[in-house]
Design a protein around this ligand. Structure first.
Ligand code: NAD
Length: 454
């Protein structure tokens, strides 16, 4: 690993990756590799957790291909020198900002959207002109295996290399000096990554998780809310970092909402056979989730099958913040419903929990929308929808507080892998004597005036 990092550094120092045409060529290669191997990619993700080719395209490969297209189109503009105003004290001069790549980067990803969470940061890192080592999750072993085989064959390892492995390999990688670490995963491991990065003062982006609330007020369109919540929650069997974690609903409409949610779940006919439902990724997560199914709280669903790692879409009711299900991120197809009678109180209760990655509000009131956005701190979210904010590349995607820091997607992804070099460019035909000794009261008066007025 030490040698690989050294080779990538040498390659980076050759300035090859700084050429825009090189970056576009690499993005095109990535596009070709994905298009040429779509069947292999489909099979691997199906073998990992029965994710269908439809969902593989909609939530993984299609998103990455779109990202590549955007980056190819916009990267010349993103990487160009930006002129900014020069202040009077520096007259005469030009001032500009030049985005430059950070260097050798490490991307560590998680298993739940194994392609998207590995390849979208790669697109951003390539667009910004870096070299990349990708360490995908060992838990989604088939998808990690296929990414390693196709990417390691298509790319020069001095530019892009996939290293497979778990804790041991990642720990070894983290001993090396990188110029950027981009991590997607749990808050617990995020802390390990941050500590390791601190040893080398390496900048990090941490894309972590948390409990993303959905607040529903009594003036909401309940039918539409139920439809969009059910889709966002049971997509990927709830194994989505921005999935609605819990519903917090006005007590007056909770029964109507529970009925509407039930109707939507039944309408969707979630099953492996219908290609719209996936397995729980492994036995460990299955056992963790099954333990959260308190029979006295089940409103709908609750059926499990350990051999198939199947947990039915489940609604829990009569839940309070003290229940075990409210103590950790659920990351599975179980949706607890809590109720409130006073929105101010509800907002206060959400504020007591760590800052979530996402927050959703279903309401028709502008006042409620504004209140939630102003009073709750969260990474990003949606009004009258769930999940979909992630699909707009013009919205930077990331967390805040325990749900992480830094953001990516679109231009934000390019920025995340760039340093912005600030340059003051001065001609030599004139130099003011103001800053030079002898210091006089007259000079000081001019300096004061300049600083006040510019
Ligand atoms: P994880 O933290 O267990 O693993 C993530 C990566 O870290 C994997 O590549 C793994 O090999 C590595 N890793 C695990 N233990 C390590 C250790 N001790 N030292 C070094 N590396 C280690 O997370 P996960 O189970 O893969 O993913 C689930 C979590 O990720 C959830 O909390 C979810 O919300 C979050 N997540 C966040 C986003 C986001 O974009 N913010 C996206 C997906 C998932």
């Amino acid at each position: 690993m030490k040698e690989l990092v050294a080779q990538q550094r040498q390659f980076f120092n050759s300035h090859t990756t700084k050429d825009i045409s090189f970056r576009i060529k690499q993005l095109t290669s990535l596009e070709d590799v994905l298009n040429d191997n779509i069947e292999l990619l489909d099979r691997a993700i199906y073998n990992d957790f029965k994710k269908s080719s439809f969902e593989n395209y909609m939530t993984e490969i299609g998103i990455v291909l779109y990202d590549i297209k955007q980056a190819k189109k916009k990267l010349t503009r993103w990487s160009s020198k930006q002129r900014v105003k020069t202040n009077l004290g520096n007259f005469p001069a030009k001032s500009y900002i030049i985005p430059e790549p950070l260097g050798v980067t490490l991307i560590i990803s998680s298993w739940n959207y194994p392609y998207q969470l590995s390849l979208a940061p790669i697109v951003a890192a390539i667009a910004a002109g870096n070299t990349i080592i990708l360490k995908p999750s060992e838990i989604s072993s088939q998808t990690s295996g296929v990414m390693a085989s196709i990417l390691n064959e298509a790319f020069n390892p001095n530019f892009l290399k996939v290293i497979q492995g778990g804790v041991q390999e990642t720990t070894e990688l983290l001993k090396q000096k990188f110029d950027k670490i981009f991590f997607t995963g749990s808050t617990t491991v995020g802390k390990i990554i941050y500590k390791a990065a601190a040893e080398h003062l390496t900048p990090v982006t941490l894309e972590l998780g948390g409990k993303s609330p959905v607040i529903i007020t009594k003036d909401a369109n309940i039918k539409m809310a139920a439809k969009r919540i059910v889709w966002g929650k049971f997509l990927n069997a709830g194994q989505t970092c921005i999935a609605p974690d819990y519903l917090y609903v006005d007590a007056q409409i909770s029964e109507t909402l529970l009925k509407a949610l039930t109707k939507e779940i039944e309408k969707a006919r979630y099953s492996f056979e219908n290609d719209n439902y996936v397995q729980i990724i492994n036995e460990r997560n299955f056992d963790r989730l099954a333990a959260l199914l308190d029979p006295s709280k089940i409103y709908y669903g609750g059926h499990t099958d350990k051999a198939q790692r199947y947990i039915a879409p489940t609604l829990l009711h009569d839940i309070s913040f003290e229940n075990p299900i409210m103590q950790e991120e659920i990351f599975g197809p179980i949706l607890p419903v809590l109720t409130f009678t006073d929105l101010n109180e509800a907002v206060k209760n959400v504020q007591l929990l760590p800052k979530p990655l996402s927050c959703y509000v279903f309401t028709s009131s502008e006042q409620v929308k504004n209140k939630i956005i102003k009073e709750i701190s969260f990474g990003g979210g949606a009004i009258n929808d769930t999940i979909m904010h992630i699909s707009n590349p013009n919205l930077p995607f990331g967390g805040v507080g325990s749900s992480g820091f830094g953001s990516y997607h679109g231009h934000a992804g390019f920025n995340c892998f760039s340093n912005f070099k600030s340059i003051l460019d001065k001609p030599t035909w004139y130099e003011s004597s103001l800053k030079y000794a002898p210091y006089t009261q007259k000079k000081l008066a001019i300096i004061k005036k300049l600083l006040k007025n510019q």
